[in-house]
Write a protein that binds this ligand. Structure first.
Ligand SMILES: [Ca+2]
Length: 500
């Protein structure tokens, strides 16, 4: 991995000093700057006139009327925009059922096919997304490409299970290799004052909603019981959804023990996301699920802020625990339907400028600009890596890079921190891509209801005192299958068997 890291840094260092390439053709002819109205999901703080947007506009020869929308309910926002008829030129679309929705938009001629535009204006996009059938969702009525995947993850996973190495060292313990050792470690992290302040103010883990968006160490615990979170997995020759997998009951039993013994932050079910983030940045939790992008001090504020709160913190990675069959596995990401899609609307006056923007973000200079900001202003070279000079949230807003790095993300090689490479080597051998990614019809009807059932019942089984777990589990599984789970399971299995 060192090689790839060096390669990327080298590519940046030999890039031409001026970022402005590809002057706009329309601009030269008429003196008017073409405008593109863009709606995307806001990450970080968006500031009008930020430096990175200025560079992007220069590079493409266009003015971007950028309208970022709140990230929390972005999928609903996207659906509202698509239903309204009041379209921007370019949209980061979050579909509920991408295949069907893109097909309908294309058939209604609301969005345009992109193959010809990509051939003329998108050489770097084509290079960055080489597997068209997997990454582009070419699902239009005429086989054209109608949506460009905004994100690409060549690693197959983007996270890891971290443990406070400095706490382990203080207590004379080692990184746990299985769930028995994990239990001993999180118990010591809770009761043996690993931060040495004489107060009982630490927890082994922060909590864990298995069925909610906020990922957690529950994924690690499920893995040790043979379950891949959010995956379908083969059990005795049939695909079974993780939330009704027999191993999930045992993982909950294990979690209940940790919860009852106070090794888990008891506030986890009621904490808001900001409260949770605040605690995560303190000396509070011994093991944590982290996005690897957040472990990168050049790319994300998360690690920087954590280290500001806890300067002496060091982390290691916990390998996946062996399951009852002796397998160490980590649930990975799929290639279909994972990514948001970039779509261009028929009324757009300058679709070529929209493609040129995406294409510029796929070049070395554009990708670095979006990831780190301006060279010499927001980052500098140091010891074969990129050192960020963006320190505060205000700096980040003025730079403006973060939002663009997620709008179109060339790959996940935007790495400045050795910790992220450590993360990759810790898990790459264990990652399991989903065995099936295609949606089936019954999901349209039943998936939302089942999601609600999973969320409430699994949490109840995790934390409620004095329940008969086996009886609760049996009732829940029966209800799950009767509420459409059986139809989905049957259709998934039929499709899976047909595919094999
Ligand atoms: Ca303490």
């Amino acid at each position: 991995m060192r090689y790839a890291q060096l390669l990327f840094v080298t590519a940046l260092l030999v890039a031409p000093a001026g970022l402005a390439i590809a002057a706009g053709e329309g601009e030269a002819a008429t003196g008017e700057v073409p405008e593109v109205h863009i709606i995307s999901r806001m990450l970080g703080t968006y500031q009008e006139g930020n430096l990175v947007q200025g560079e992007l506009e220069k590079a493409v020869g266009a003015k971007f009327n950028w309208e970022p929308k709140s990230p929390g309910e972005y999928r609903q926002t996207t659906q509202t925009i698509l239903a309204s008829g009041d379209y921007p030129d370019l949209l980061e679309a979050w579909f509920a059922d991408a295949q069907r929705e893109i097909m309908e938009l294309a058939e209604d001629e609301v969005i345009i096919g992109l193959d010809a535009l990509l051939a003329e204006h998108g050489p770097n996009v084509l290079k960055a997304r080489p597997f068209k059938e997997q990454w582009y969702r070419p699902f239009g009525p005429d086989g054209d490409t109608y949506s460009i995947n905004a994100r690409f993850n060549s690693w197959g996973f983007e996270w890891g299970y971290t443990i406070r190495q400095d706490w382990l060292d203080t207590l004379g313990l080692s990184v746990p290799q299985d769930l028995d050792e994990y239990y001993e470690v999180v118990r010591a992290f809770t009761h043996d004052d690993p931060d040495g302040d004489g107060k009982a103010d630490t927890y082994g883990l922060s909590g864990g909603y298995p069925a909610k968006g906020r990922r957690s160490m529950i994924e690690y615990i499920l893995g040790g019981h043979g379950v891949l979170l959010s995956h379908w997995d083969e059990v005795d020759g049939e695909l079974v959804w993780w939330a009704v997998h027999p191993g999930t009951k045992e993982a909950i039993r294990y979690f209940r023990r940790l919860f009852e013994e106070g090794l888990v932050d008891p506030e986890f079910p009621i904490m808001t996301r900001p409260q949770w983030l605040d605690k995560q940045r303190q000396d509070t939790y011994g093991t944590l699920w982290w996005w690897n992008t957040h472990l990168d001090e050049g790319y994300s504020q998360w690690w920087t802020e954590f280290k500001r709160g806890v300067p002496h913190a060091e982390v290691s990675f916990i390998p996946p625990a062996p399951d009852p069959q002796g397998r160490r596995r980590m649930p990975g990401q799929g290639v279909k339907g994972y990514s948001p899609g970039l779509i261009i609307f028929s009324h757009a006056e300058h679709p070529e400028k929209a493609i040129q923007l995406i294409d510029y973000l796929a070049t070395d200079e554009g990708a670095a600009l979006a990831a780190f900001g301006l060279p010499g202003v927001h980052w500098e070279e140091g010891d074969n890596r990129i050192v960020s000079m963006i320190d505060t949230a205000e700096d980040q807003a003025a730079a403006g890079n973060y939002i663009f790095s997620w709008f179109f993300r060339r790959d996940n090689m935007m790495v400045t921190s050795p910790l992220v490479f450590e993360n990759r080597s810790a898990y790459v051998d264990y990652v399991q891509r989903p065995v099936i990614e295609d949606r089936v019809e019954a999901e349209g009807e039943f998936r939302a209801g089942l999601g609600g059932l999973e969320g409430s019942r699994l949490l109840k089984m995790q934390i409620e005192a004095d329940i008969d777990l086996d009886a609760e589990w049996d009732a829940y599984v029966e209800e799950w299958y009767a509420s459409g789970g059986q139809a989905i399971t049957d259709q998934k299995n039929a499709l899976w068997k047909a595919m094999r």
